[in-house]
Design a protein around this ligand. Sequence first.
Ligand code: GLC
Length: 485
Amino acid sequence: MKKILFVTAECAPFAKAGGLADVSASLPPAICGYEIRTIFPLYGIIRDSLRTLFQPCFSFSCDFDGKRRTAALCRAVYQGRYFYAIDAPEFFVANGSGRLYLDAAADNRRFLFFCRALLAALPIWDYQPDLLHLNDWHTSFLSIMLRHDKSEFFQNTKTLLTIHNIGCMGITRLPAVLRQSGLPCSDFLTGPFAWRIRNSNPLKSGILTADFLSTVSPSYAAELATDGPDKGNYLSRYIRRRSGSLVGIRNGIDTDLYNPATDASIPYRYSACQSESGKAACKHSLQNRFGLCPDPNAMLCAMVSRFCEQKGSSLTCTCAEKMLRGGAPLQFVFLGDGNEPFLTEIQRLADEFPGRVSAMLHFSQSLPPSVYAGADVFLMPSLYEPCGLGQLIAMRYGAVPVVRRTGGLADTIVPYDPAADQGCGFLFDEYSADALMASLTETLSLYLHDKTAWRELVARCMSFDSSWASPAKEYGRLYGRLCNE
Ligand code: GLC
């Protein structure tokens, strides 16, 4: 059986900052016919009950940034599966910030080490992967490093780089990267000004050196090749250069984990046939928990996100404020962390409309299912969205998505069509609060005036196939091609 090493900076439930963690946890076990191992850094922020599951398999050393460093390759058994990690406290524990990611310079150093250490560990482990499946900029150094590795051991190892978000490229100062990586400057000299600016862009280097590229939805693959900060993000010409080696495969979710009929973390469980009473009970409980008026008739809209420019949270705030001032029977729940000024804007809205708007502005691993279960509507007005998992989880729990038609949102949400009684959500095109408001007004009108149509819409959302079944087959075929099967 061909061997695939899935290399990632995040993996749920161990270390999660965003959707990459969910994909790393749920995609590998969904792909059949390959021996796939998942490996990530053993961060200090992994909670103790999970961290202690990792037992060292062996220790090893490697040269990095002018010094000999030691590390260990560890293995954990969790829910019947093996997970692998590189333990090097000097790099992954001693940061004290409590956050998975630090600043660009520190993260470049940590992930350069992780990649270097991995290549040093594999021959000792006697694990010769046919394919390294890399994810985002953090692990894209591996494709550059392999180009320089002349050892027999890696001669047949191919690389596949999956781009989850081209908005994060890992740009940092070049001299430190050259010193730490020991890689030649020529690898980074791809743009006319690259050297003069003295910046390193690891994602760009990965795009140019990986054997094959993938991204997380077909529409996003097309957007990546298009100019614009919300599309190819200045890398579109490099993407176009590689257009014959790029494929878009939409993400799936773990439909066993996210199942309102069995999920122990939500207050009441329900399947599609009793969704009305189940969701009403979950909504009441959510209203209580978030301090909202216990009004069953208000349309409860939720946004579970990382509040930043990409996610369109200011569109939601402007739209919510206008509609609430106009007396629309709406409620809003915001859950997640993010950046300023978006967090302040959301908090201001919550202060201004107590009982109608509520926010928990921190990252929570356990709360999102209760929010999806209690919400009537899920908002995702993203500026761009490579795939998006929130809309898939929301549909599974019967929250109707209202989203901007971009990337994976356009690929997964079939627009509601009253004439044909089809579709699962509401989409708008222009990135503006007014366009979102028009869409949300249409949604509210259906919610208030046509209970039967709404019930059917919720049922269609809940039966949408968001599983990995079909995308995992596509990855399997791609692995086969790359492993010369
Ligand atoms: C990133 C993207 C998101 C995608 C996720 C997993 O977080 O922003 O759209 O679903 O990665 O691929």
